[in-house]
Design a protein around this ligand. Sequence first.
Ligand SMILES: [Zn+2]
Length: 661
Amino acid sequence: MNLGLGALGFYLAIAQPSDLIPIVEPLSVPENSASVEREWELFQRRSRDRLERFLKTPAAEHTFENTFESIEALYADSWKIENWVAILIATHPSEEIRSASSRIQIKLADWWAEFWRDPNVFKILKEQSVTHPPKEQEPQALVREILSRFDEAGVDLKSETQEELEAYESKLNKLIQKLAENFVKTPSFLLLREEELKGIPLESFAEFRLPQGTYVLDLKEWWVYDLLRTYAQSDLTRQKAEHLWRSRAQTPESLDLVKAIIRLRQKIAKKSEYISWAARKLEDTEFSTPRKLNQFLNAALKDSTQSFRQHRKEMTALKREITGNPKARLEIWDLAYIERIQLERQMKMPMSGLREYFELNHTLQTTFNLLASHLSIEFVERKDIDRWDPDIQVYEVRDQRTQKALGLVYLDLFPRPDKDKWFFSSAMAPRRLISDTKYQAPVAYVSGVFVKAPQGQKTLLNLEEVTTIWHELGHALEELLTESRYSFFAGSHSSIDAAEVFSTYFERYAARPDTLRQLARHFQSGEPLPEHIIEALSQMPSAFWNRERILQSIIDLRVHQARPEYKAQSLYKEYYFSLPQGVDHYSSFSHLQDYDSTFWIYFWDSLLAVELESAESRGKTGLDLRQKLLIPPHGIVSTKKLVEDYLGRGLRSCKEILKHL
Ligand SMILES: [Zn+2]
């Protein structure tokens, strides 16, 4: 059977007409806060005009284009400014621009809250949906999606209830912003003497060294924590680092702030006639109710028990051997340290040696090449595009066959003093048809914090950094490769179930033996990684990781149920390892800010990603993945169904998939 040809036939059949012209719009680079304000004013003016036209059109002249599609255009317009201010807040070096952006972020959220409750707009849309229901699948989905936004916002509720809701939501947005600020502002420094840092390559910490030989370490930086937990020989140092990392945003007020946010979410849910925030959030997901999700997570916890215990036993034995203490207990701050020692034994090489195989430029270039050939695309650098920091790179992603631009991806990979300190990918402009002849090319932004080597030296990455960049590019590609007609179904946007499927798929792709054989080259000798090391890396244990993800999902669900339960300490103790004393878990678990009661998708999507891999052993190619999963609009059928159609079979059980995770 010629799979390649079959796949191409399918591609031609579903691709948009090939004479469509991409409109590629780079991000605008603000000069000062006034330029940010101006974008907001322009948006307001455009939307006022659009809404006025919408409301003034006589009922007899209503069409799908001047009703639903006009709201879609408004939404896509707001998307661009919303994500633009968000990325400025996260990455722009100017305080003035960041705070102007924060103000607009709040205004925009309030603007939409009000919009989704506008009874006049809703009435027209509702009538149109009954008198002229669209016949095609995607427009039908658009009708459903838009009407459900009004429903969720409570358009049918009494006006005083709506006012209360608006007040709650506005307050909620402010509290979440405050929590996010807390996250950035709460200091979390660890003072350690040189002898407490035994085992750690001290040159990495050179910038933190005081003249007396004391080190002031900022535990807000992931890589600082990661070095401490992985290399520090002293139990106490690792314990201190673990404690501080897991309580890095914990202030006397922060848990109260988290509880206030959760109380407000509950109030909003109740006012909108849901029994809990979780019930409201889960309604349109795979596990439509908290009860179903709870069942799934508890079963997954059970399914993960055997491999968790087995791995804990092995790691405990190794700790006892290393310490010479036959009674030593394995603690939460030992995990990265002991796993590292086990891996080094298998590799017969220190972990630091592994970095020498992942020089940044070579790794990035090879990553692009591998992704390009897997998905039939190209990455072309666009040096002509303006950006707010010279370190930011911009690439145009093109279709290999048509040479047409699919979109832009910004890579902002190095830390700056006021930049967010973690990796993320953000959808800056959604793919959508603008007219019969043009489409808006999507724009994605990948932000990261690779530690740059001093001038004249090569920047080397560890394996986790390598897989992380693949993860974030996976998010970006989901935005860039879609051929969705409407912004609502572009990329991961309207199907939260799918939010981490492709990122996890590509993250795992990076760690496959075949990928590592091409990706890893010694930065001096050019030698590939020895085979026994590739084998060791492909068998790295994930039992602890899986277990903690499931547990965190349960904790996240429990605080968003009708009666919130704050039992992280006891749940950790019972099902994983005890948290360091005094850690409340909630203040520093940043996913509570935006993955409220949907943290489970990390685990669920990793199961789906394993299923996608399994299809490759039966002949599925990267082009198949692109055509059947990345090109089609998302959020119209369930992600599970999309994956099952691709696989040509139902999902295996969680227990079965866990064997491969
Ligand atoms: Zn992700």
